[in-house]
Design a protein around this ligand. Structure first.
Ligand SMILES: [Mn+2]
Length: 407
């Protein structure tokens, strides 16, 4: 492999830097250096065009679908109630009744406009990106004082919300509540956000947002899995891929002493397992692949629909292709992972695939440069519904026809 890559010769990614979230008067670089994972930041009018993102009726309709994760949370003085999906209309209190909120998880999986909003946060690694949760609250609604283990950008889409925030060193929870609510939350700051305002909170910051009149808020979440959880899942993945190996043998190793202590576990048997484990010796590449497969694993409720294959190759040659908005794709030095799988060894360093992962689309010119193996793989992804012919009209308008149509 040459030391340089051909990436620069390929078309520029469609995620043009100007579409990324801006931090007026601060700049992304300073945000990353001084605030990211360090301290909260409130940016007024960061995303003014957010107002028309999605309306209440659309959100409610999504919440009632059986492939969508949603919750209704109500507060009755100090008593909280949670109602989990699948939700029916009867689970939604009257709009005018105060102190309740509807939370809809993973809205980016179902709505193209919301998926595009997520794209604006790609100044952070895709590997950290989780999803967009959208909440609608009636007057006084909220989920109570709590702390998350995620980084979160809270974008006020409609109406006003009063936030109280403060660091929480050792979270202690209120007993007997159906939610994890902080027991003695001591907020340090308090402010009201308006449509377009953005509040960034690092993990470990307590927050309590109360709707001031009805309002809608988007939470863009960034997961940060704990080391032990990652390791457990990585080891599990490696275990699944183990090659069959020879059985233990004690030929010539059983001595007279066994008769005196037949219950004793033979040391040699222990050595056998230890040696087998030592031979595993995972390398960087194994870790990258397992991690990438893990992080691109589609969410449980995601089901890809197989696509029409008639004239597929011709359509892609003419119009390029784009990843389905629900496809997750990552690459590393020697591996490319998509939707929980690694690409074959021979394509693991394909600069075309890396480009697709970064830009989430390839135009006809890029397709023209693809080799036969790359084309076959990409067409296969189209057949699975992981990608679609055509760069597509991103940005404006309703979601693409297909999986996301409301019934
Ligand atoms: Mn939160």
């Amino acid at each position: 492999m040459p030391a340089f890559s051909f990436i620069d010769m390929l078309p520029r990614p469609r995620v043009v830097p100007s579409s990324l979230i801006r931090f007026p008067g601060l700049g992304r670089r300073r945000f990353l250096r001084e605030y990211w994972q360090r301290k909260p930041l409130l940016v007024r009018a960061a995303v003014p065009e957010l107002q028309g993102l999605i309306d209440r009726r659309e959100l409610f309709r999504l919440a009632l679908r059986d492939d969508v994760e949603a919750r209704v949370i109500r507060r009755d003085d100090a008593r909280w109630q949670v109602c989990h999906a699948p939700l029916s209309r009867r689970d939604l209190p009257a709009l005018r009744s105060p102190h309740w909120t509807l939370l809809v998880q993973g809205v980016d999986l179902h709505d193209e406009r919301v998926a595009q909003l997520l794209q604006r946060f790609r100044f952070l690694p895709d590997a950290r990106l989780d999803d967009i949760m959208i909440s609608w609250a009636s007057d006084g609604g909220g989920v109570g004082p709590h702390v998350d283990e995620y980084d979160v950008f809270l974008l006020q889409a409609q109406g006003r919300r009063r936030w109280r925030i403060g660091p929480v060193a050792e979270p202690r929870m209120q007993p007997g509540q159906p939610l994890k609510l902080l027991r003695d939350f001591r907020p340090e700051q308090e402010f009201t956000v308006e449509p377009g305002d953005l509040l960034y909170l690092p993990p470990g910051w307590g927050h309590d947002g109360i709707a001031d009149g009805e309002c809608m808020t988007c939470s863009v979440g960034f997961r940060a899995p704990p080391g032990d959880e990652l390791l457990r899942q990585l080891l599990w993945k490696m275990a699944e891929e183990l090659e069959p190996s020879p059985r233990y043998s004690d030929r010539g190793k059983v001595g007279e002493a066994v008769a005196a202590h037949p219950a004793r576990l033979p040391d040699d048997m222990v050595r056998f397992v230890a040696a087998a484990f030592a031979r595993l010796r995972p390398g960087r590449r194994d870790f990258a692949r397992a991690l990438g497969e893990l992080l691109t694993e589609p969410k449980q409720e995601v089901v890809f629909e197989a696509a029409q294959t008639a004239g597929l190759a011709r359509r892609v040659a003419r119009a390029g292709l784009r990843l389905d908005r629900r496809s997750r794709m990552l690459w590393s030095a020697a591996a490319v992972m998509i939707n929980g799988e690694s690409v074959p060894e021979t394509l693991a360093r394909s600069s075309l695939l890396r480009r697709l992962a970064d830009a989430r689309g390839l135009d006809a010119a890029a397709w023209a440069r693809a080799d036969a193996a790359e084309r076959e793989l990409l067409l296969q992804w189209c057949r699975l519904g992981w990608a679609h012919a055509g760069i597509g009209a991103h940005g404006a308008g309703r979601a693409d026809a297909g999986a996301d149509d409301d019934a």
